[in-house]
Design a protein around this ligand. Structure first.
Ligand code: ADP
Ligand code: ZN
Length: 614
């Protein structure tokens, strides 16, 4: 077994020299210390927390090559490109390489010229590969996206199961598992399947404080989305999630008509088209990807400024993972969702109609109910989210919609009883529209046809408007006090729990829905100014930032890499604010390491110099 002592100065120096960062973040240093000294580790850190450094540095500090297990070629590609740009000796082995390229990588491996080698689990566990590795000094194994080993979680990949044999084949080589998804059952399963019982566990807070969560009521979703993007994210890269393939194409087409740069992405598109769209999303500035959940895993793009959901995801884990793709660079980002009663109905129906067994269906229903709790909460959204991951936030966050514009609640017990009564009196056969007509005493054709004007419920709900009744019904469905029958035109049915309300043994607290925002030019301008202020730039720095971005675009095209491989937005923002005029000053900017200073420093200094002179 190769042992090596951890020299604090050495890790710090590499962080500085290679990455251009001044200090470690959170538990990074402790993890690096532990693994460099030969320990196993289980690292739970939210997206953007800085997991990669936790295995990259020990791989460089220890003798031998670090083997990184990654589920997707795109992900490996991204990491290797970024590492090479930093001057790190990294490579990957996968089917995207030609035979000659693969032979070259293997030669580098044999002669000890690599610090990091990325591959998929199925390739690693091939007998050939294992034998080849047995002949090389190995620094460590890092299993990235380790939740893929869990059948309980939502990204299960059977190939990951083979990794359980690693500890027998290579005893004494430190193993790390890293993931950003980890509710307790997934966590237990990872430890068990990867034999990490003796590993030290490093848990960071799952909070993503730079993401602003917002859930609005769906009324005209396209317009709402368009208003949100044009008012708050003009020219920004973002992802819009939709449930169906067809809808991604419709929405992308519609956004395009509105003059935005939007592309669809779903599993039904042919591989070439998908690749081309992904490529544009990564390489161009400000592309909006309208996608199903087929898109996202392994997308390391740091400057996604917003993630919008036009349809409800299926669980809090899914919501958190999808929204987590925003703002990996730590700069302010938005998670925005439009949600309505139909979403609930569609999901319940999908679960009911699925092939899964009863236990599984119950589990899925429960997950959906927890997510609806998030949608309907009058409290801080972040507190609800973090609590789900066992991570208590002691005070409201101040950066979600309910914190920024507090929602009023009211005692809806009586209204709930009236709503449930009218459902019962009309024999559970009708949807929200007709039920509201009955409550409000409207003389409609349908009312007369079914003689509902004679019911005691008729006209018994004049104190609330139609909008308010719709809100009551929606919240009752979300709370499981009513269910929607999609087979029968969305008719509402009582549930096992309804009786508690009907018998007056259960109180119902409801939220007052805020009125839909109408955009006026003034409001749009204010939103834009607020968005800019959140990024922390004054107009002058903003101007310089745009010039630096343009320079970055040119360099990226020249070197055929995504712009963020040259420098992250965060680094450009700091340049625009501090305006360094010499290489020495530029070295002080976060994200400027030696290799990048050498390679790109002068190009950016020239832009700053010219701007300052003019
Ligand atoms: P994860 O894999 O956990 O999602 P990454 O490893 O991609 O996160 O890191 C997220 C971003 O934070 C990257 O841009 C990375 O370069 C940056 N980063 C990581 N560690 C530090 C640090 N100590 N100081 C400054 N930036 C950091
Ligand atoms: Zn909050």
């Amino acid at each position: 077994m190769v042992t090596s002592a951890y020299v604090p100065g050495a890790a710090q120096a590499l962080l500085r020299r290679v990455y251009g960062y001044a200090a470690f973040r959170g538990p990074q240093e402790a993890i690096i210390q532990h693994v460099t000294a030969g320990g196993d580790a289980f690292v739970l850190m939210p997206t953007g927390g800085g997991k990669s450094l936790c295995y990259q540095l020990p791989a460089m500090l220890r003798p031998g090559v670090g083997i990184v297990v990654s589920p997707l070629i795109a992900l490996m590609q991204d990491q290797v490109t970024a590492l090479k740009a930093l001057g790190v000796r990294a490579a990957m082995l996968n089917s995207a390489l030609t035979g000659a390229q693969r032979r070259a990588v293997k030669a580098q491996l044999r002669t000890g010229e690599l610090d990091l080698l990325y591959m998929a689990p199925e390739r690693l566990m091939l007998e050939d590969t294992l034998e080849m590795l047995a002949d090389c000094p190995l620094a460590l194994f890092a299993i990235d996206e380790a939740h893929c080993v869990s059948q309980w979680g939502h990204d299960f990949r059977p190939e990951y199961l083979q990794l359980s044999a690693l500890h027998e084949r290579f005893p004494g080589i430190p193993r790390m598992a890293l993931t950003a998804t980890a509710d307790a059952p997934t966590r237990r399963e990872i430890v068990e399947r990867l034999h990490l019982q003796d590993a030290r566990i490093f848990v960071s807070s799952f909070d993503r404080p730079n993401i602003r969560y917002r859930i609005v009521l769906k009324d005209s979703p396209r317009q709402q989305l368009h208003r949100f993007i044009t008012a708050e994210h003009p020219g920004d890269a973002g992802i819009v999630y939709c449930l169906s393939r067809k809808k991604t194409e419709e929405i992308a087409g519609w956004l395009l008509e509105q003059g935005l740069v939007a592309l669809p992405y779903h599993a039904g598109l042919d591989a070439r088209t998908r690749e081309r769209h992904q490529e544009r999303f990564l390489r161009e500035d400000g592309v909006i990807m309208v996608a199903t959940i087929a898109f996202g895993m392994g997308i390391d793009k740091p400057d996604v400024r917003f993630v919008a959901h036009l349809d409800l995801p299926k669980s809090i884990e899914a919501y958190y993972q999808e929204t987590g793709r925003a703002g990996r660079d730590g700069l302010p980002a938005d998670a925005w969702m439009a949600y309505g009663l139909a979403d609930v109905a569609i999901h319940r129906q999908m679960i009911a109609g699925s092939e899964a067994d009863d236990l599984h269906k119950r589990l899925e229903h429960r997950k959906l109910t927890v997510l609806l709790g998030l949608c309907e909460t009058a409290g801080c959204r972040r507190q609800v989210l973090l609590q789900y991951f066992g991570d208590e936030l002691p005070a409201p966050c101040g950066n979600c919609d309910t914190c920024l514009t507090p929602v009023e609640t009211w005692d809806g017990t009586l209204a709930a009883r009236k709503a449930l009564y009218v459902v019962r009196q009309t024999r559970q056969l009708f949807g929200v529209g007709h039920l509201t007509d009955v409550l409000r005493g409207h003389d409609t054709e349908k009312v007369r046809k079914f003689r509902h004007q004679h019911l005691s419920a008729f006209g018994n709900g004049l104190e609330l408007s139609e909008r308010e009744w719709a809100s009551v019904f929606r919240q009752l469905v979300a709370a499981g006090l009513l269910s929607v029958d999609m087979e029968h035109h969305g008719s509402l049915k009582l549930t096992a729990e309804s009786v508690q309300v009907l018998q007056n043994t259960r109180m119902v607290s409801l939220r007052k829905d805020p009125l839909p925002a109408r955009s006026t030019p003034a409001r749009k301008k204010a939103a834009r100014a607020e968005a800019a202020a959140r990024l922390g730039n004054d107009p002058a720095s903003n101007e310089l930032f745009e010039l630096l971005r343009a320079a970055r675009r040119e360099l990226a095209a020249l070197h055929k890499v995504p712009p963020y491989v040259i420098f992250h937005d965060k680094t450009l923002l700091e340049m625009a604010e501090l305006r360094p005029l010499s290489r020495e000053q530029l070295r002080g900017i976060s994200g400027v390491g030696e290799r990048k200073l050498e390679e790109y420093g002068d190009a950016f200094l020239a832009v700053i110099e010219q701007y300052v002179r003019e």
